[in-house]
Design a protein around this ligand. Structure first.
Ligand SMILES: [Fe+2]
Length: 259
């Protein structure tokens, strides 16, 4: 299987090669640096058959097996909930139970959701419906927007989430072209937390997104990191992404962070 073709397990990492290469090379990869050992992935579409992510239980189980070889310890399954994909907590919990029953490995699995800021979310909030929060204390709601235009009533919706006792956790803020540096800082100062997509640092969404991610990273604005994994093939791209020593240390910290 293609994703097993590269052996980048931190536990099988060649220490002598590390000591020889590391001081002279300014870049290493996320996997080769051991960054994923003990990590928590805070954003994924691995729960099968419920959104535009992984489609089958078998693919989900293969991804979890690969995650184990990389040393990942915890995984948040965050299926989309939006107007076009109106998942309900009941449906997602039932599918989550099926995945947990089929999975016999050691990764701790959690269920949350990625909410698009749209009419569907505003209705859920207005109707005081139960949400699927993310994080240890159930205090955060993972939200996203379209990439090019701010959603209508974005600030009002974020405020509504906060008034219900949650922190909004903005998924992949580096991808939102309508935000500039001042607006990132403003949102951050207003209590919106940020989640880094690992593929952004690898250039998976282009150089502009990569630059934004490095700026947010170097300014310490991210709280946690995630893969936003939609398919098995994307694992290799993420784990092979090259980063500087300084950025690797910051990514490692984000992958160990808990919210
Ligand atoms: Fe996502």
């Amino acid at each position: 299987m293609q994703v097993f073709a590269f052996n980048l397990s931190p536990f099988r990492f060649n220490l002598s090669a590390y000591l020889t290469v590391w001081p002279f090379n300014k870049k290493t990869t996320i996997a080769a640096s051991g960054t994923l050992a003990g990590a928590t992935d805070h954003h994924s579409h691995i729960l099968p058959g419920v959104d535009d992510g992984v489609e089958t239980m078998n693919e989900a189980l293969r991804i979890l097996a690969t995650y184990e070889t990389l040393g990942i310890k915890e995984l948040w399954l965050t299926p989309h909930i939006m107007e076009d994909i109106p998942n309900t907590p009941q449906k997602l919990k039932a599918r989550f139970d099926e995945l947990k029953a089929a999975y016999t490995g050691n990764i701790t699995l959690h269920l949350a959701a990625e909410y698009m800021i749209d009419n569907n979310l505003r209705k859920l909030l207005n109707d005081n419906k139960a949400l699927l929060p993310i994080g240890d204390g159930g205090k955060h709601i993972l939200v996203e927007t379209s990439y090019y235009n701010a959603p209508i009533r974005m600030n009002e919706t974020l405020q509504q989430i906060k008034s219900m006792g949650y922190f909004p956790l903005l998924a992949h803020p580096e991808r939102y072209m309508y935000l500039d540096n001042d607006e990132y800082l403003k949102l951050h100062n207003e209590g919106v937390k940020f989640q880094l997509n690992l593929a952004s640092l690898a250039g998976g969404y282009g150089t502009t997104v990569k630059k934004r991610a490095l700026w947010l990273l170097s300014n310490g604005l991210y709280s946690v990191a995630g893969s936003d994994l939609h398919c098995e093939e994307a694992i290799e791209f993420i784990t092979k992404s090259g980063l500087s020593r300084q950025n690797i240390e910051e990514v490692k910290r984000l992958l160990q962070n808990r919210i």
